[in-house]
Design a protein around this ligand. Structure first.
Ligand code: BGC
Length: 281
């Protein structure tokens, strides 16, 4: 294989969102993509069987151009790459437990098992915000930062991840705390701005209240803002008044893909060490 990239460092990362499913082959040593980043539409309704089929096709489309001829991978390299998927749901032991902005068929779905069977390769799943947070801590705005860090992904839903000295407490679901008497993400997700017809200033007022609520409960050392709205931070950062430092995710909307690749490699390595071929998550 060309240059210093080792196939054993490569994984496919997939970010499953309400409107799009994005993926890339990632060098997990550097967080860089190898080849194209591809986005396909999320099937509507987003029933698990259809979404898994789309992801399988996506993985093939990502790997095909990298194999054979001038491509940097052999067919065997490509066949061995694990896949990691960030899903907008709480997850435990490879099963998705909730479905706030996706089809209710994901509740109780053995996602890791079904995806792994469909793709004939190691598949790891995690909550999308947890996975994006892992990437930001490894390669992005949270690099070299200790203490308590809250990563928020502001998109169709409001995702959260909390880290203490680099260690993730998974499945926090802070998007669903109560704010102004309602589920917070209904007011503070990026999708709420369009749905409610809010100006950036109006949206930011609610978002700032939300940050104050989290600040008062967790006293973090840093907030990192990611997701789709991280690309438009110039529109609202001037209205953010919390005392906690606030950083914008540097991997922007790619954090979910990079983080997916990180959990994939982690699972593959754990399985290799345990020698069982079974998930121990
Ligand atoms: C879901 C979370 C997810 C977030 C961002 C929320 O509605 O409950 O699991 O992380 O949206 O996608």
């Amino acid at each position: 294989m060309a240059t210093e990239v080792k196939p054993s460092d490569l994984a496919v990362g997939i970010d499953f969102g309400g409107s799009g499913i994005k993926g890339a082959v990632v060098n997990t040593r550097t967080g860089q993509f190898m080849g194209e980043r591809i986005r396909v539409r999320t099937p509507q309704p987003s029933v698990p069987r259809d979404v898994v089929a789309v992801m399988d096709g996506l993985v093939r489309s990502l790997l095909e151009p990298l194999v054979g001829g001038e491509g940097p991978l052999t067919a065997a390299d490509a066949a061995g790459l694990p896949v990691g998927v960030g899903i907008p749901a709480a997850t435990r032991g490879g099963t998705t437990l909730t479905a706030a902005n996706i089809d209710s068929g994901w509740i109780g779905f053995q996602a890791e098992r079904e995806m792994s069977l469909a793709m004939s390769r190691v598949v790891a799943i995690g909550n999308d915000a947890d996975v994006a947070g892992l990437a930001e801590l490894r390669f992005g705005a949270g690099r070299y930062q200790r203490g308590t860090i809250i990563v928020l992904t502001i998109g169709t839903g409001m995702g959260s991840a909390i880290f203490a000295d680099g260690r993730l407490l998974p499945n926090t679901e802070f998007g669903h705390v109560e704010l102004h008497g309602q589920d917070a993400e209904v007011r503070v997700a990026e999708s709420a701005r369009d749905r409610l017809g809010l100006s950036w200033k109006e949206w930011a007022a609610g978002f700032d209240d939300y940050l104050h609520l989290l600040e008062k409960l967790f006293w973090p050392d840093l907030f990192i803002l990611g997701g789709g709205a991280s690309k438009r931070s110039d529109n609202y950062m001037q209205y953010v008044t919390v005392k906690t430092p606030v950083a914008i995710a540097t991997l922007k909307n790619n954090a979910g893909i990079v983080g997916g690749a990180l959990i994939a490699i982690d699972k593959r390595n754990r399985e290799a060490m345990s020698g069982t071929g079974e998930s121990i998550s």
